[in-house]
Design a protein around this ligand. Structure first.
Ligand SMILES: [Zn+2]
Length: 230
């Protein structure tokens, strides 16, 4: 969905480069991320930096893309990041975010400090309407939305909020090594394996949810917004 005439591309918040590397097969790509270690896996030019302060001159890239990152930005960072994408892009911006995510169902509690947090660090959710108005809301000027698509259909089971609250993770128990870390105190979980007790606890909650909502439904779990600079 990235326009074919976009020959130079910035992958902003590229992570380990699974998208940047693919685009780099036939385009000039720069991958940018705050995480220096993540950039080691990239097979294109890399720059360490943050979304809210992109280290490039105005209109450097035909397209700026930013996938699975905006949902991590709080109010103080989101608008500056959007203005920066609009500044460094010459023709297009392409964004992806989770589709209207209910963040209740990824809420963990830290057993050590008591803070509740999203297991992947998401601090906001987006609707299709919000994505259409995103750049206007951020006063990012000359950006027009050319379309918002729902993408990546996945079979998902409806979840009970009441039952989710009784699962181990929101009660403060999860295993280490899943990449989950308390943003407040750094606690990263227990051990490497569930004890039989925790395994049974987690399974019982999932089975109870399955009895309440046995039929999965297909849902497009991500949104993609394409924007043009005028
Ligand atoms: Zn904590």
């Amino acid at each position: 969905m990235i326009p074919p005439d976009a020959r130079t591309v910035l992958d902003a918040a590229c992570g380990p480069g699974w998208l940047a590397n693919r685009l780099a097969r036939d385009r000039r790509v720069v991958g940018l991320d705050t995480d220096f270690d993540a950039l080691h896996g990239l097979m294109c030019a890399t720059v360490r930096g943050t979304l809210a302060r992109l280290p490039f001159p105005d209109r450097t890239f035909d397209a700026a893309i930013c996938c699975e990152a905006l949902e991590h930005l709080d109010d103080a960072l989101l608008a500056p990041a959007l203005r920066e994408l609009a500044r460094v892009a010459k023709h297009y911006i392409v964004l992806t975010v989770p589709n209207n995510e209910d963040r209740t169902f990824s809420r963990y509690r830290c057993r050590r400090c008591g803070v509740h947090f999203h297991s992947h660090g998401h601090v906001r959710s987006f609707t299709a309407d919000a994505l259409r108005d995103l750049f206007q809301a951020a006063s990012a000027g000359r950006v027009v939305c050319r379309g918002v698509k729902e993408i990546v259909p996945v079979a998902v089971f409806r979840q009970s909020r009441r039952l989710y609250r009784l699962r181990p993770e929101p009660m403060g128990f999860w295993i280490a090594g899943k990449g989950v870390r308390c943003p407040h105190c750094g606690f990263a979980g227990y051990g490497r394996r569930w004890t039989p007790l925790f395994r049974a606890w987690s399974l019982a909650m999932k089975l109870a949810n399955g009895l309440l909502h046995p039929v999965p439904r297909r849902r497009n779990c991500w949104l993609l917004g394409i924007y043009e600079l005028i």
